[in-house]
Design a protein around this ligand. Structure first.
Ligand code: ZN
Length: 266
């Protein structure tokens, strides 16, 4: 593996891991050339935890957000002010995330999700921070809101991409990157989309969170797995791993205002 490879993970939930494991998780990430990761909030509490992690660990950055599955109440003026204060509390807050829509049957009602998502987009635009969003069974509605609220002015990424080519192209047209995760390594339909979407529109992630349902702890997704996503993408696109790393990491560092992390490629 080339020594100068730099990879980043644009979406994790490392705050859900044991704090005692963090140093080792980051060490394993570094061994796989994953040198930085964004920790996305899912509630106000977890947003606070993500900021604390980012303040404690150099490679970690934080996202501010209420996850659509946690969006049971509308964002009040007071909550908005709290999110804004959190966003301004640390230079390591780099995006608004995790936000979006989730239309699984057990998800909160759609009107509430809609309001919460729009308020976060408003916050993102006022802070000029990109939006890394979640979309499940709700792609047309998410894209409509992104357009309505002119979210493309700040851009961002469609996290954990699992959709068709037309959806990918529309998200790109809205001003967003396509963020690929581990499903790329096993699902042919995602591989087919990844093949035709330019590398210039792709970033990488893991969505890492504890997975106690897996038999072996070593199989839990961690930021280190960005490397296997990058390797798969290189194979699919028939380009070198270096090229995948260089372009996707440049995409991500530019998006997050972290160009200093890649030095020459800025
Ligand atoms: Zn997530």
């Amino acid at each position: 593996m080339p020594n100068n490879l730099v990879l980043g993970d644009c979406h994790t939930h490392l705050d859900q891991y044991d704090a005692a494991d963090m140093a080792e998780i980051l060490e394993r990430a570094k061994e796989s050339r994953v040198t930085f990761a964004v920790c996305a909030g899912t509630t106000i509490e977890s947003t606070r935890a993500c900021i604390e992690l980012a303040e404690s660990y150099g490679p970690l950055y934080a996202g501010i957000g209420i996850h659509p599955m946690e969006a049971r109440d509308q964002v009040t003026d007071r909550m908005y002010a709290e999110l804004e204060t959190l966003a301004k509390s640390s230079p390591k807050v780099v995006c608004i995330s995790e936000v979006g829509l989730d239309y699984l049957p057990e998800s909160p009602d759609h009107q509430t999700q809609d309001q919460v998502f729009r308020q976060h987009i408003r916050l993102a635009r006022s802070l000029k921070k990109p939006i890394i969003f979640h979309s499940r069974d709700s792609h047309p509605q998410v894209l409509q809101i992104l357009r309505d609220e002119r979210a493309g002015e700040v851009g961002g990424a469609m996290h954990y991409f699992q959709a068709d080519e037309a959806t990918a192209r529309e998200a790109i047209d809205c001003g967003f990157f396509i963020s690929l995760a581990r499903p790329l390594t096993r699902l042919e339909e995602i591989q087919a989309v990844a093949k035709v979407i330019p590398l210039e529109n792709i970033v990488l992630e893991t969505d890492a969170a504890p997975q106690p349902f897996k038999k072996y702890r070593t199989n839990w997704t961690e930021p280190r797995h960005v490397l296997s996503v990058a390797e798969t993408l290189a194979e699919i696109k028939e380009v070198s791993l270096e090229e995948v790393a260089q372009v996707t990491t440049r995409n991500l560092t530019r998006l997050l205002g972290l160009e200093h992390l890649t030095g020459a490629s800025a």
